[in-house]
Design a protein around this ligand. Structure first.
Ligand SMILES: NC(=O)c1ccc[n+]([C@@H]2O[C@H](COP(=O)([O-])OP(=O)(O)OC[C@H]3O[C@@H](n4cnc5c(N)ncnc54)[C@H](OP(=O)(O)O)[C@@H]3O)[C@@H](O)[C@H]2O)c1
Length: 362
């Protein structure tokens, strides 16, 4: 039986790679529907190249409606930002499997998502390479034997840049990621290390592990995608050349593996040098903010995410400087009071409120 796939964010970087995965195994996967936001040309190309597509959605309302009513087995959520949250919970409420690239879903509403999965029986398989790595390390192991996990970070393009130079960082420079080719927003999040902080929150919810047992280490070569330390001291790491098609395919076939053509394989002799560093929490304050907001829980991670989305958009269009990204987020975290998380509607309303109130912030 073919696995019917509904792909959200089909026109983006992960969306395009997911299409490649579906093309690679036409007898296994069937693309039944897609969503997009602004890229009409790519959306048309996708519809032309898959005659199995029955649903196309564009607006937030029609995307949620499609996720609620379409016939599919797995939702691949590759929308960027909080816009991906409602589709994720809608699929989980139907008890569906969600192959999740949209880490913001777990950042803004991880606590609620845990409850929804417990009640409706859906599941999340991560697409993020770090979380896929952790899954590959713990699969078949006893979860109670996990002592800690270590998420690797490339460190982004400004790892070696002096903090005094940060004021001069332009969007063009920040958009040049050293090892991964990704959408604009996640590329900026990687430059500020916000992306890594989001991944810490994501790991906390996916693997039910306390924040003080989640470590981050900078590993510029992006060969080790993350590792797990077990209670007997053993460390299992998942490694490979940086290529998102592996974690996407793994999320679709989990717990099985399928032949991957024609990607180059990791050759240890050519890898030459693997280096590791402590993250610099002073130079990259977003990482610490994520640990703090994650630990505080409730609505604070939603505040963190909304403020980040606003600030990154402002940086990308030249309204604020790079250093103002985390200054604005800090201000938002101080301004918006923490509340307990009670509903999906509460998160959506808070996200809307913060976006409109922060419009004039600098
Ligand atoms: N790229 C990676 O390597 C990577 C790795 C791990 C995790 N992720 C995560 O995967 C997600 C997607 O990343 P990406 O790099 O693929 O981003 P991207 O290239 O910017 O693609 C984003 C997708 O979301 C759609 N979109 C944008 N705003 C939307 C909205 N308001 N409502 C509905 N759809 C909207 C876009 O549509 P249009 O293009 O039509 O405007 C596009 O299809 C993010 O959460 C990111 O953190 C990405």
């Amino acid at each position: 039986m073919k696995q019917k796939i509904l792909l959200l964010g089909a026109t983006g970087s992960i969306g395009q790679s997911t299409q490649n995965c579906v093309r690679r195994y036409p007898d296994e996967f069937e693309l039944v529907g897609i969503s997009y936001y602004s890229n009409e040309e790519r959306a048309q190309d996708c519809v032309k190249s898959f005659d199995t597509i029955k649903h196309v959605a564009k607006t937030a309302e029609s995307i949620v409606d499609m996720v609620k009513t379409a016939d599919y087995d797995v939702l691949v959520n590759a929308i960027v930002g909080c816009a991906g949250f409602e589709p994720t919970v809608t699929a989980l409420m139907r008890g569906k499997k969600v192959a999740l690239a949209n880490k913001e879903s777990l950042v803004v509403g991880g606590e609620l998502i845990d409850e929804i999965i417990a009640k409706h029986g859906g599941s999340i398989v991560p697409i993020d390479s770090e979380h896929s790595a952790i899954l590959q390390c713990i699969y078949g192991e006893n979860r109670k034997d996990v002592e800690s996990i270590t998420i690797t970070a490339s460190g982004g393009p400004f790892r070696e840049l002096a903090a005094s130079e940060f004021a001069n960082i332009t969007p063009e420079r920040a958009l040049k990621h050293p090892t991964w080719s990704m959408g604009a927003k996640i590329t900026i999040d990687s430059a500020t290390l916000m992306n890594k902080g989001f991944e810490v929150i994501e790991a906390h919810h996916l693997y039910k592990i306390e924040y003080d047992r989640i470590n981050v280490v900078v590993h510029p070569q992006s060969i080790i995608h993350s590792s797990v330390t077990f209670i007997d001291g053993a460390v299992i790491a998942q490694c490979g050349l940086p290529d998102m098609e592996l974690p996407i395919q793994y999320a679709l076939t989990f717990p099985e593996r399928k032949y991957m053509i024609p990607t180059p394989r990791l050759d240890w002799a050519k890898a030459k040098q693997l280096t590791f560093f402590e993250p610099d929490y002073d130079k990259f304050p977003c990482l610490r903010m994520c640990y703090d907001a994650g630990n505080a829980g409730g609505t604070l991670p939603c505040v963190l995410n909304a403020a980040n989305e606003v600030a990154v958009a402002k940086f990308l269009c030249g309204e604020i400087k790079f250093v103002q990204i985390y200054q604005m987020i800090r201000r938002a975290l101080d301004y918006y009071r923490r509340e307990n998380l009670e509903s999906v509607e509460q998160i959506l309303a808070l996200d809307r409120r913060i976006r409109s109130e922060m419009i004039d912030w600098r």
